[in-house]
Design a protein around this ligand. Structure first.
Ligand SMILES: [Zn+2]
Ligand SMILES: [Zn+2]
Length: 128
């Protein structure tokens, strides 16, 4: 944490900030991101918004990939045409889906670890 309070301009590193600003003038978001939020704007953490957008983007990409796989499988079940090319396509999309799944688990684990680290940092700061 750095900078100054947006209301009374106390330095965020000062003792005064902790006493008179924190949770009155400036707030920390639920996910303990570093950017402090002004009173009334507690729900407007841009880092939280970005995290949600990235998560949504990944969800959509997985859904789209799954739709393609299901489409190809349905075509294959109907004994569709063009056998080999479709089989390769299906294999590629399944591989992509697997990669996306693995990435998602990793990203979620990292996100959770980072959240815990931020939380610990915050609690230390608050207790100091
Ligand atoms: Zn203040
Ligand atoms: Zn946040």
């Amino acid at each position: 944490m750095a900078h100054t309070c947006g209301v009374c301009y106390s330095k965020t590193t000062s003792e005064k900030f902790k006493r008179t600003c924190f949770n009155k003038h400036e707030f920390v978001c639920d996910r303990f991101h570093k950017t402090l939020l002004r009173a009334g704007k507690q729900d407007h953490c841009s880092a939280c918004v970005m995290e949600r957008e990235m998560e949504e983007k990944r969800r959509v990409e997985m859904k789209n990939t799954l739709d393609v796989i299901e489409g190809l499988e349905a075509a294959a079940d109907q004994g569709g045409c063009c056998g080999n090319r479709k089989a390769v396509e299906l294999r590629n999309h399944r591989a992509k889906y697997n990669t996306l799944t693995v990435n998602l688990f990793e990203i979620r684990a990292n996100t959770e670890r980072e959240l815990q680290e931020r939380k610990e940092g915050f609690l230390l700061w608050k207790a100091s």
